[in-house]
Design a protein around this ligand. Structure first.
Ligand SMILES: Nc1ncnc2c1ncn2[C@@H]1O[C@H](COP(=O)(O)OP(=O)(O)OP(=O)(O)O)[C@@H](O)[C@H]1O
Ligand SMILES: [Mg+2]
Length: 343
């Protein structure tokens, strides 16, 4: 084996709700960003595992001390458990990609990790120490930048990554984005879920609903604009499965993110050099799970009318766009780039 073959490059998208890995060995995996530890010896006996990750953790949550370590774009403050959860999550992704972390002889792993733009600013050191030992070379980049890199949209573009904890905006000018080029809003998937839960509880006080249920409804039926039909779901009312109509609540909750997203684009775009503004307006790229909301892309595009209109496209693969972008960065980086980028 040559030295070159012994290097494994990986791109990791560490997200609030989902984390994904794309590796140079062709492995691609996504897990829900949940980590849970059995609450007591009974739970440990039932589960027969010391830690559960992803959907496995969500499904068994009644028996777990469950952590979703990122919130509103940041690693939760002050909790050792949450940092531990990040470590478990990242190690799990590396193992899914075929990296045996226990093995004495393993390829040298070079990882580019894309995180919400705020975490990149605030939690970079923490994240770096979390990954020490698991990977050999590391770069931490902001998620929208990773998406831009993967799509080769590095010049005159605006990336809008609408995730769970945050919506991240990034204007690309052909170099590493600066803070001025980026914006972060908490209007995103989680805020829709919170709104929807509140509205459904208000309008159907008898219904027993949880945030997990409303999130599933949003992912399945969520929309912006005119409804295509009525959205009806079945929920327990005093234990009896009962159908309720959530069309109007779902629409209001999903539409709650439109205005803040449009406002932020209208604030960012006029800051671009005047001769390039039209180019950027016509090269807006939506990524992130919430970009899949039916009707959202055209609603945002209409929002650009006051500044002369524009063109918004959605990425083809909202789940892996970030991880693939990170992998592309890892593959392109020269040895000396790692230091410069990591610092
Ligand atoms: N088909 C879908 N329609 C609407 N929303 C969806 C769909 N699939 C996923 N989502 C929502 O997208 C969000 C997750 O998106 P994504 O995986 O990009 O976020 P993340 O990277 O985990 O979060 P962040 O970038 O904020 O850290 C969640 O709120 C999820 O409910
Ligand atoms: Mg994300």
């Amino acid at each position: 084996m040559t030295d070159r073959q012994k290097v494994l490059n990986v791109g990791i998208d560490l997200g609030t709700s989902r984390s994904a890995i794309s590796a140079s060995n062709g492995q691609r995996h996504v897990v829900e960003s949940y980590v849970g530890w059995p609450v007591d010896m009974v739970a440990r006996k039932v589960l027969k595992r010391s830690v559960l990750i992803g959907s496995d953790a969500v499904e068994n949550r009644t028996m777990l001390d469950l952590h979703r370590p990122l919130e509103r774009g940041l690693v939760k403050e002050g909790s050792k458990k949450d940092l531990d959860a990040v470590r478990q999550l990242l190690n799990h992704l590396l193992e899914l990609a075929g990296i045996d972390l226990e093995a004495k002889k393993r390829p040298s792993v070079r990882a580019v990790v894309g995180v919400p733009a705020e975490a990149m600013r605030v939690n970079k050191q923490q994240l770096r120490s979390t990954l020490e030992g698991a990977v050999d070379s590391l770069m931490i980049v902001s998620e929208p930048f990773a998406v831009a890199y993967g799509l080769d949209a590095l010049l005159h573009s605006l990336i809008v990554d609408i995730g769970a904890g945050t919506s991240d905006f990034c204007i690309m000018r052909g170099h590493f984005p600066t803070e001025e080029d980026q914006r972060t809003l908490v209007a995103a998937g989680d805020s829709i879920d919170e709104n929807l839960l509140k509205l459904v509880q208000e309008h159907h006080p008898e219904a027993q609903v949880s945030v997990y249920m409303v999130r599933e409804w949003k992912e399945k039926h969520g929309f912006v604009g005119k409804p295509q039909g009525r959205v009806k779901v079945t929920v327990p009312v005093k234990g009896t499965p009962t159908e309720i109509d959530i069309t109007d609540d779902l629409r209001s909750a999903c539409e709650s993110i439109v205005e803040p997203l449009v406002e932020t684009m209208l604030d960012l775009l006029p800051r671009v050099d005047p001769e390039f503004q039209a180019k950027v307006r016509n090269n807006v790229i939506l990524s992130g799970g919430c970009s899949l909301l039916s009707g959202l892309r055209p609603a945002l595009q209409d929002g650009l009318d006051p500044i002369g209109g524009g063109n918004i496209q959605s990425v083809k693969d909202a789940v892996f766009a970030g991880a693939e972008g990170c992998l592309a960065i890892a593959l392109d980086a020269e040895d000396e780039d790692w230091d410069r980028l990591v610092s």
